[in-house]
Structure formats: C-alpha cells, structure tokens
Ligand binder design. Structure first.
Ligand SMILES: NC(=O)c1ccc[n+]([C@@H]2O[C@H](COP(=O)([O-])OP(=O)(O)OC[C@H]3O[C@@H](n4cnc5c(N)ncnc54)[C@H](OP(=O)(O)O)[C@@H]3O)[C@@H](O)[C@H]2O)c1
Length: 325
C-alpha cells in the first residue's frame, strides 16, 4: 500500500468507508462479526484511513468501530463527522454546525469510538445558519485542546472552503467523486490544489454500481437508500447499465475487476487523492485494496474519462438541498 500526505496527516491512498456496515445498504447492520473482520483485514493490508460519522446508523457505526479498533487505535487515522445531528435541537438529519453543537458532538464521538482524539474531524454538510468561520473556529479550539488533529469539510463549495481555510487550515475535503460523478472537477478540485488540501472521494464505486454487480433494483432490501436514488430508478437505471458494462469491458482488458479499475482511475487523478471505498466484506476489502497496485495506461484512463455521463442526479432532491454546488 502506498501512502500520501494531506498536510500533517499521512494516510493510505485507499481507505475504508465504514458507513455501509451499519447504514444505507442492503445487509447493513446484519453481520457485525464480518464487519469487524473487514476492519481488521483492512488494517493488515496497510489501510490506515477509516471513515465514519455520528449520523451513520445514528451512532451505531461509531460504536461498531470503537469495538473493532480496541487495542488497534494507533494503527488508524480515524475520521468522523459532525453537523447532521442537532443535539439540542431537532435531532438527526438536521443541519447544525454551531460551536455548542460541535462541543456536544465531539464528546459523543470520542466516547463511542473509545478514543481520546479524532484524527480528522469533518463538517458533514455546510450549515447555512452558521457562518463557516464560527464552525472552523470551534474545530480550531478542539485542535488546540488535542481532541482533534485535523479539520475537514464535506460537499463544501469553493467559497466555503476558502473562508474555512482562512480560519483553520483544512486538511481534506470529502466529496462524492467517481467515474460517474465528476461535478467537483471544474470548481472545487482547483481550489483544493491551490490551497494544498487533500481530496477524499466518497462513494468511489458509484454506490456499488460501477462494480458491475448491481444488475437489478430487486437486489436491494427495503431499507437500501438506492431504492430512491434517481440513478438507480426506472429508465435511468437501465441506461446507466451501459456505463457499468463499459467499465467491465475495460477491466477485462486490464486484467482487473471493475471495482479496481474504478479506484485506479481515481488514484490516477493525483497523489493528493485518497478514496474510501465502502464494504462490509473481507473479500471485497481485499479486492478494493489491491487496486493500489494497478496502473492504467494513458489510453485506458482516457477511455474511462470519456464514459457517457450518468442518467439521473446522484442525490434525491431533498439530499441535493444540503449540497453546495
Ligand atoms: N461525506 C458524505 O456525505 C458521504 C456520503 C456517502 C458515503 N460516505 C463515505 O464514503 C464511504 C464509501 O461510500 P459508499 O459506501 O456510499 O459507496 P461506494 O464505496 O461507492 O460503494 C459501496 C457499495 O459497493 C459495494 N462494494 C464494495 N466493494 C465492492 C466490490 N469490490 N465488488 C462489488 N461490490 C462492492 C458495497 O457492498 P458491501 O458492503 O456489501 O460489500 C456497497 O454496497 C462510506 O462508507 C462513507 O464512509 C460519505
């Protein structure tokens, strides 16, 4: 595994997204033992960046990681997120990045994760009711107290990134980025490079779609959030299958799996990028992590970069309201 530096943090350039172990996908929350084995296997393979959030499974994903990382905390660059639970207000799925809410959130996350510090603490979504300077200032205080090592943002736009960075240097921005979601390339990525901020692409496998294993929405259980996602519904789903087929064809040529090719394409975009593919299975963490050793030719990268755009938005209308675009 190769490692990259994002300011003062060194991270494996392929991380592990833990969300699906507790929340969002078919089978989430059903096999804790396999989820914990997946975390341990990732560490054995040299993965250091592990990603969670207080909102995932509402607290249960952090609790799971707390159990999984017992005795192994020092091997991990542990990332979690605040701002989608308003602790003194309306509760879960309500934006609140006010300083008082961050204070409450951090204590809960530290306790659940079984640690005295969070390595990378992200604002999960920009809160239009709190100036970003106040949020950055609150995280700066936590850094000064040693409870947090580095500050991150998620799905923030260029102006917010600049304003936050002026108060407390931002180590990483975590936003959706993959072969079929490239919206950050024009306006966000240039700002990250100008300010020397790392990029952590989330949903780098297109929520599983780019792996070619999602062929029908009948595969999803009732709680799977892809059931409502525009790219996974109706005609869009059928049209998008052509994209997955193209990735599969190129993977066959490379002698790799589609998941590995999707990750290798992201890694080829720069050495300031560390995707966090999500899985709750040992075999898949092995497959995904092996993408580190795959080098695509310029022609293969071009072919992947020229895939047709996805049909449908990557978020539901309600979710899209929380994004800065
Ligand atoms: N900041 C944010 O707002 C935000 C939003 C979404 C996600 N995230 C973070 O990003 C991480 C990754 O994103 P994601 O989990 O949404 O999407 P993803 O990594 O693009 O895809 C995850 C899906 O792909 C499947 N999968 C994984 N590896 C596979 C393989 N090799 N072959 C076939 N299927 C495979 C997983 O199933 P199994 O688990 O069953 O293997 C799961 O259904 C999350 O875990 C979370 O930590 C952050």
């Amino acid at each position: 595994m190769r490692y990259i530096r994002m300011r003062d943090l060194e991270v494996s350039r392929i991380g592990l997204g833990a969300m699906g172990m507790s929340h969002g996908y078919t089978g989430s929350g059903t096999d804790e033992a396999e989820s914990i084995r997946t975390v341990h296997r990732a560490l054995e393979l040299g993965v250091t960046l592990i990603d969670t959030a207080e909102i995932y499974g509402l607290y249960t994903n952090e609790e799971l990681l707390g159990r999984a990382l017992k005795g192994r905390r020092d091997q991990v660059v542990l990332a979690t997120k605040f701002g989608l639970v308003s602790h003194a207000g309306e509760g879960a799925w309500n934006l609140d990045s006010g300083p008082a809410n961050i204070r409450t959130a951090v204590e809960g996350s530290l306790k659940r994760l079984g640690t005295d510090h969070i390595d990378l603490y992200y604002q999960h979504r920009v809160d239009p009711n709190t100036p970003i300077e106040e949020t950055a200032g609150a995280v700066a205080e936590l850094i000064a107290e040693g409870k947090v090592r580095a500050f991150g943002l998620s799905e923030a736009g260029p102006d917010t990134i600049r304003r936050a960075h002026a108060v407390q240097p931002v180590t990483a921005v975590q936003s959706e980025y993959s072969l079929w979601t490239r919206g950050i390339e024009d306006r966000v990525l240039p700002v990250l490079r100008e300010l020397n901020i790392g990029l952590v692409p989330f949903s780098p496998l297109g929520r599983g779609f780019l792996t070619g294993t999602v062929r029908s929405t009948d595969q999803f259980d009732a709680s799977d959030f892809r059931r409502d996602n525009p790219r996974f519904t109706g005609e869009n789903f059928q049209r998008n299958l052509a994209i997955a087929d193209e990735v599969q064809a190129l993977a066959a040529q490379v002698g790799a799996t589609p998941a590995q090719v999707a990750l290798a394409w992201l890694l080829a975009q720069g050495d300031d990028i560390a995707p966090i593919p999500g899985t709750k299975h040992v075999s898949r963490v092995e497959e995904n992590t092996a993408a580190d050793a795959i080098t695509l030719t310029a022609e293969q990268i071009d072919r992947l970069s020229s895939l047709p755009p996805a049909a449908g938005d990557t978020h539901t209308e309600a979710q899209a309201l929380m994004l800065e675009r």
